[in-house]
Write a protein that binds this ligand. Structure first.
Ligand SMILES: [Zn+2]
Length: 84
């Protein structure tokens, strides 16, 4: 069975490969391309503009119930594909 993940921004459900995973490691937020890093994680669509929306809406703050610095979103932006 494929376990589905939910995008923190648009709430789309899909297999994890369609998402970028952000994990909180100590006080830092890292993009986990292996999906294996231990810790609380959040998923955001790679495509379709969710990465940009995440920053505008501060969607990760809700997922992690904590302040998420801009650097975390900038890190995500390196991997996300912007909407054309
Ligand atoms: Zn999404």
């Amino acid at each position: 069975m494929i376990s589905l993940r939910v995008c923190a921004v648009c709430h789309k459900k899909a297999p994890k490969e369609e998402f970028l995973r952000v994990v909180r490691v100590g006080d830092e937020y890292v993009v986990d391309l292996t999906y294996k890093v231990n810790g609380r994680g959040a998923y955001i669509c790679r495509e379709g503009g969710c990465v940009e929306s995440a920053k505008k809406k501060n969607a990760l703050k809700r997922s992690f119930k904590a302040f998420v610095p801009d650097e975390a979103y900038e890190e995500l932006a390196k991997y996300g594909k912007p909407k054309d």
